[in-house]
Write a protein that binds this ligand. Structure first.
Ligand SMILES: C[S@@+](CC[C@H](N)C(=O)[O-])C[C@H]1O[C@@H](n2cnc3c(N)ncnc32)[C@H](O)[C@@H]1O
Length: 294
């Protein structure tokens, strides 16, 4: 997706302000996974959001490779790796459907045990990606696709319209999303199914902010992906500034003094001034899809 590949895309800000995935989710993933854990590939890895977690927390995976079409993202991932000195992983610039970085012996020869795609497959040609994942994964290896979208302050439903407004309104960031990717994500990949001719034991699990509000979140089965954190509105604004739509808006407005997100924060604070300094629970709609290669 071209915005993330732009040389001036702020991949550091992305890394600092995007939500991460909780330990519990990696437990859910590895409970699902069966058999060897020699090689995992995290496609569309960005600055290594899930890749580092897989490498540092899931010690039982011998080798993890993060790949991304954007060299800007991969440069940041490599810098973070040098700083953190995490051993069992590496990063490659590669589109999601290419596995040539594995070398001629291992490419398209069912060598991977786990292939993950976090918050990125809405930009992919999903059929090509599944086809390549199938060719590069061993029998019973795991494909895992997940994502999040459209955060809300859980205890401030009166702000829902303003939160959705900055994201989608035609006078806000709405026109700056690349489509159809954003609509696919917003719809929680409801039309993107894992192919049952390639994968079995398919799990398709989603969670909505309304589940936090009704209080039934801890009783859900299968366990969902919970992406939530406490943030002030200023921290949330920094997250908005990591969006591809904000990057595109900014490029469009190079000579403007005002900032669409800062103006929006000002309006939110008129309604709830406490959000300037009191972090409050923010939660995202999420989904995950797991499958085992046939
Ligand atoms: C929103 S970021 C997600 C990064 C990370 N996986 C995460 O969980 O935060 C989406 C990433 O997908 C990458 N991407 C988009 N289309 C791609 C493709 N066809 N092949 C590989 N990477 C792609 C972008 O460069 C970007 O880094």
């Amino acid at each position: 997706m071209s915005v993330y590949s732009a040389k001036d895309f702020d991949s550091r800000n992305y890394n600092d302000n995007r939500p991460t995935y909780p330990d519990e989710f990696y437990e859910i993933l590895m409970d699902y996974h069966q058999g060897p854990r020699s090689l995992a590939i995290d496609v569309g890895c960005g600055p290594g959001t899930a890749t580092f977690h897989l490498a540092s927390e899931i010690k039982s995976i011998d080798c993890i490779i993060g790949t991304d079409a954007s060299s800007t993202m991969i440069d940041t991932a490599r810098q973070l790796q040098n700083a953190q000195k995490v051993g069992n992983l590496s990063f490659e610039v590669s589109p999601c459907e290419k596995f040539e970085f594995l070398g001629p012996e291992r490419t398209n020869s069912h060598s991977c045990d786990l292939i993950t795609a976090a918050e990125c497959a809405h930009w992919f040609n999903f059929e090509d990606f599944q086809d390549s994942a199938w060719k590069n994964m061993r029998r019973d290896g795991t494909i895992a696709v997940w994502g999040y979208s459209d955060a809300l302050f859980v205890n401030y439903p009166d702000l829902d319209d303003m939160m959705n407004g900055i994201t989608y309104n035609s006078d806000k960031l709405g026109p700056y999303w690349q489509q159809p990717g954003r609509n696919i994500l917003r719809g929680m990949y409801s039309e993107r199914k894992l192919d049952p001719t390639k994968f079995k034991d398919i799990q398709d699990v989603s969670l909505h902010v309304s589940d936090y509000r009704t209080g039934n979140i801890d009783t859900l089965n299968p366990r969902p992906l919970k992406v939530c954190k406490k943030q002030t509105i200023i921290q949330y604004a920094n997250y908005i500034k990591s969006w591809s739509a904000y990057h595109s808006w900014k490029k469009d407005q190079e000579n403007e003094d005002s900032d669409i997100v800062d103006d929006w924060v000002h309006k939110v604070l008129q309604v709830h001034p406490e959000l300037a300094h009191e972090p409050q629970l923010i939660a995202w709609n999420t989904f995950y899809k797991f499958g085992r290669r046939l």
